[in-house]
Design a protein around this ligand. Structure first.
Ligand code: 16G
Ligand code: ZN
Length: 545
């Protein structure tokens, strides 16, 4: 079918100010498009607007567009699409996004027409007339407003309707999308406003705290990103520490100087450098956490009385959540009805996997790196806990689990409390995607329930010493893996070499995989001692080079 020529002309003229700088090639990667903002990202964002409109028509639902580059430096930016239920763009559409992004301006109208014909093939006539609805959010990067302008130009060209929420954390935008698309259904997720988001979380928090109090306070490093002002906003809805709430000290919430975003602070800094951000004045055993630039990742840490730094990463948050939910399920008398499981990647520390399987006696599934893989695997459990070691993750409750939890009649106060806590957990946890703010509230609740200090939490199991190295290779495309990235199938013979090396070490484990975000191969190794883990990583890196 040919589209109206004036529409094609509108698309072409709308994108005129945003050409592809010569020699640029774009790819919709693990977390959407991400790059230096001045290398044609406005062009890319425009094309994402076009695709979002098609996706909205196809799914007959509101689609989200988030402008962020997460933990990347301040001069970067990026864009990703959010599907109707608040999850990430269906993988089979990533190719369409890549094709459109790499289309030259003068061919854009035609490319749109081709895609419309390909994607809306069965129902093209009805679908063409369907409205497209889009919601937009962005982090605090200086390039944000120009990119949103390019995006709106695309949406205007194709006549899509949109709501621009301005600053939002990534998980807040995911929340909005799900709220909008579930309105007036039995699965209504909440009110699609920021206030709705804060109220839902605060109400659940109060229920689940149930007279308990949180000891001490927690210092939250917001990476000078959008999480800072949003956390400050949430505090207005939470009970104060005097009211049995939570005493939060906010650190690094300067969003007025965009250049300090993620600079010497934030989740990625703490995880990779294995130390607190320099500005942190935390005292020994004080609970600290760090968010990333768009507040979808969090890690905890503390310094003990001997001045030794300890990281409580995504693996730890996952096990903490699992301990609590398994205990509540048991107290609620629902252990047999609710299948609880954990999803990890190959980067999860072997000690955490062993703890979950042997001590908690819960199943563990391993998937390739990237939130979308973990998310889908977690959705197969009644309660699926997933976290990447880097702190990105959440907990999913199936419709079946939600129904059972909400409909079971308690027979005694203990059971009632457990059911109420499970029910409130469903609301407290942002099930659409990892949400640092919601993850922190949940972790704090569990620590309060258990009466645990960060040291108690750390001592639930002892991490195996490990080492991650980045290896520059001639062609990372040669590195192909199977078994959730744990085995190399190419280059030929490499895996046999790695197996041989690993067999020399007590509790040795190692794998190599091509990075999805950088031009390099990553090698992970763990073993019984620090010395052994480092030696193993070095030898495996030599095999890969
Ligand atoms: C992306 C992923 C992150 C993953 C990382 C791995 C999302 C939203 N983000 O940032 O989860 O840990 O890639 O990077 O899925 P790598 O492939 O370079 O190791
Ligand atoms: Zn992020």
């Amino acid at each position: 079918v040919s589209l109206d020529p004036t529409l094609l002309e509108a698309i072409n003229s709308g994108i005129r100010p945003y050409p592809i700088p010569s020699g640029r090639v774009y790819g919709y990667g693990t977390a959407g498009f991400r790059m230096k903002a001045n290398l044609g990202l406005d062009h890319v964002v425009y094309t994402v607007g076009l695709l979002a409109a098609i996706r909205s028509k196809k799914r007959n639902a509101t689609i989200g567009i988030m402008i962020t580059a997460s933990h990347n430096p301040a001069e970067d930016n990026g864009v990703k699409l959010v599907d109707p239920m608040g999850d990430m763009l269906e993988q089979s559409w990533e190719g369409y996004a890549t094709v459109l992004a790499n289309t030259a301006n003068e061919d854009m109208g035609k490319a749109y027409e081709t895609l419309v014909n390909e994607i809306l093939v069965d129902e093209i006539r009805q679908l063409q007339d369907r409205p497209a609805n889009i919601v937009i959010g962005r982090d605090t990067r200086a390039s944000g407003p120009t990119l949103v302008k390019a995006l709106k130009a695309a949406l205007d060209a194709v006549g899509a309707k949109y709501t621009d929420y301005g600053y939002l954390t990534t998980p807040q935008l995911h929340y909005m999308v799900r709220c909008i698309n579930t309105q007036n259904t039995p699965y209504a997720f909440g009110e699609a406003t920021e206030e709705g988001y804060y109220k839902k979380m605060a109400t659940a928090f109060k229920t689940i705290m149930h007279g308990r109090s949180i000891k001490g306070h927690v210092v939250i490093d917001c990476a000078n990103g959008v999480g800072g002002p949003k956390l400050q906003e949430l505090l207005k809805y939470l009970p104060t520490s005097k009211e049995g709430g939570i005493d939060i000290k906010v650190l690094n919430d300067d969003v007025l100087r965009p250049e300090v975003l993620n600079l010497d602070c934030g989740a990625d800094f703490v995880k990779t450098r294995q130390k607190a951000p320099p500005g942190s004045k935390a005292t020994p055993n004080e609970r600290c956490c760090s968010l990333d630039g768009d507040a979808d990742r969090v890690v905890y840490y503390f310094t003990d009385s001997n001045g030794v730094f300890h990281l409580l990463d995504g693996d730890r948050i996952a096990t903490l959540g699992a301990v609590f939910l398994a205990e509540m399920a048991e107290k609620a008398g629902l252990s047999d009805k609710l299948k609880i499981g954990l999803v990890q990647t190959a980067y999860a520390n072997g000690a955490s996997t062993e703890y979950v399987e042997k001590v908690l006696k819960l199943p563990v599934v391993v998937t390739p790196t990237g939130v979308k893989h973990l998310h889908h695997a977690a959705a197969r459990f009644d309660i699926g806990v997933y976290f990447e070691a880097n702190g990105h993750g959440t907990i999913l409750f199936s419709d079946n689990a939600t129904k059972i939890i909400r409909e079971t009649q308690p027979k005694n106060p203990g059971q009632k409390h457990a059911l109420d806590s499970l029910s409130a957990s469903i609301d407290l946890i942002n099930q659409t995607v990892g949400d640092a703010i919601s993850d922190i509230l949940f972790a704090e609740v569990v620590l309060a329930h258990k009466g645990w200090t960060p040291e108690n939490w750390l001592n639930t199991y002892i991490d195996l010493p490990n080492r991650l190295v980045r290896v520059e290779v001639h062609d990372r495309g040669l590195f192909k893996t199977e078994d959730a990235e744990r085995k190399l199938v190419s280059p030929k013979g490499a895996q046999e070499e790695i197996n041989r090396l690993v067999s020399n070490y007590t509790k040795g484990r190692s794998f190599a995989r091509a990075s999805g975000t950088e031009d390099a191969v990553r090698v992970y190794a763990e073993a019984y001692s620090k010395h052994e883990a480092e030696a193993l990583a070095k030898h495996v890196a030599d095999v890969v080079k």
